[in-house]
Design a protein around this ligand. Sequence first.
Ligand SMILES: [Zn+2]
Length: 98
Amino acid sequence: MFFVFGTRRTVAQLAMVVLTCANCRRTAANAVLKTVTKFTLFFVPLFPVRTRYATQCTACGFQQGIDKGQAEQLRQAPPAGGGTNGHAAPGQFPGTRG
Ligand SMILES: [Zn+2]
């Protein structure tokens, strides 16, 4: 009798935002990534043991760790460029100030 256990990492892209990269100093699209490490038993993922967030520069591939709050903020920021999976938001005009 033996157990096969380990961990498996899955990476999900939460959003695509425009940021200035800390590595290449370019203002480029950055993917907001969520990396979840799950405990597996017989290669079946059971429960998450670690969740990490990061941004990845599409210009140079540099990844920078961020915390969950930052990830949520970036996720709610307007998307970079456009042309994503057809989830185009209806036209929005800048709100009135004050
Ligand atoms: Zn970069």
